[in-house]
Write a protein that binds this ligand. Structure first.
Ligand code: SF4
Length: 281
């Protein structure tokens, strides 16, 4: 059985950077360090980091339940300004692993707000990245998941996009946004790492009989890749580890595509390709 692995599968630049920062701290100290939220949406990596002495707390209130936390690592998504202030007020050391691309989106939100634009963020309002960006965007800022939620606003409007959105989502919003705007300023803050993965998934899907998409079930990025693959009518399985693979999935198939979300470690992807090779000879 032939296995085609996506070149861009697995960790993106921002995740690699955050993981490296976390393990560097783990090598220096065994106690008193936590991440605010799981460092990435991958339970195996979260467990590995916990074993190295760095557990995570779900939110800032979790600090009250732990003794002796002196250092908090901020993950790639960033955090709202008020959480940053709380950490500073408590005298906690901050290791900021916010992805530089997310920081850019936060900076644009602040810039638009300071210059009198009403900010609209295209994204998922429950996503930590969006919550963080929103905190820089001013009181009248709003979040929309698609054009159907676009508010009835006019005047000077500024648009920021959640980094994991697709260009098609932004293109669909712009005709609606321009309607009432006297001035429309758009910052394309979409990260091309996601786009590259999606394009690669389309390419892989056209060459294989079956696709395995590897990554945490709670990873939006991995779920999106799996959904895209399914929409291309390729039998697709979203798995977290090689142990979920079933031999019968491959009956009658010759070529298997393997890809993975931005939060999937290489060792898990390698386990998956090795398991397929074991099954297929
Ligand atoms: S997907 Fe892009 S924005 Fe998000 S962490 Fe990775 S590099 Fe940064």
């Amino acid at each position: 059985m032939k296995v085609l692995k996506g070149k861009h599968s697995g960790f993106c630049f921002g995740v690699k950077r955050a993981i490296n920062m976390a393990f560097e701290i783990a090598a220096e100290r065994r106690n008193g360090v936590v991440t605010l939220g799981p460092i990435i949406h991958n339970p195996q990596m979260t467990e590995k980091l916990r074993a190295a002495g760095i557990p995570h707390i779900e939110d800032i209130s979790g600090l009250d339940d732990l003794n002796g936390v002196s250092t908090v690592i901020i993950r790639t998504h960033g955090i709202p300004q008020k959480d940053m202030e709380t950490l500073n007020e408590r005298g906690i050391e901050i290791i900021d692993a916010t992805c530089p691309f997310v920081k850019k989106a936060q900076d644009y939100a602040r810039l638009l707000n300071e210059n009198g634009y009403m900010v609209v963020i295209l994204g998922d309002r429950e996503h930590p990245e969006v919550k963080g960006i929103l905190s820089f965007a001013g009181e009248d800022a709003t979040v929309v998941k698609d054009p159907s939620e676009y508010p009835n606003i006019s005047g000077r409007i500024g648009i920021i996009v959640q980094t994991t959105k697709h260009m098609d989502d932004l293109k669909a919003l712009l005709p609606v946004a321009i309607e009432g705007a006297k001035e429309l300023r758009v910052f394309n803050t979409i990260c091309n790492s996601t786009d590259m993965k999606l394009k690669e998934t389309e390419d892989l899907a056209s060459k294989v009989d079956i696709m395995l998409v590897v990554g945490g079930r709670n990873s939006a990025n991995t779920t999106r890749i799996a959904n895209l693959s399914r929409s291309l009518s390729v039998p697709t399985h979203h798995i977290e580890t090689a142990s979920e693979i079933k031999d019968e999935w491959f009956n009658g198939f010759n070529t298997v595509g393997v890809t993975a979300g931005a939060s999937t470690p290489d060792w898990i992807i390698d386990d998956v390709t090795n398991r397929i090779k074991d099954i297929g000879g």
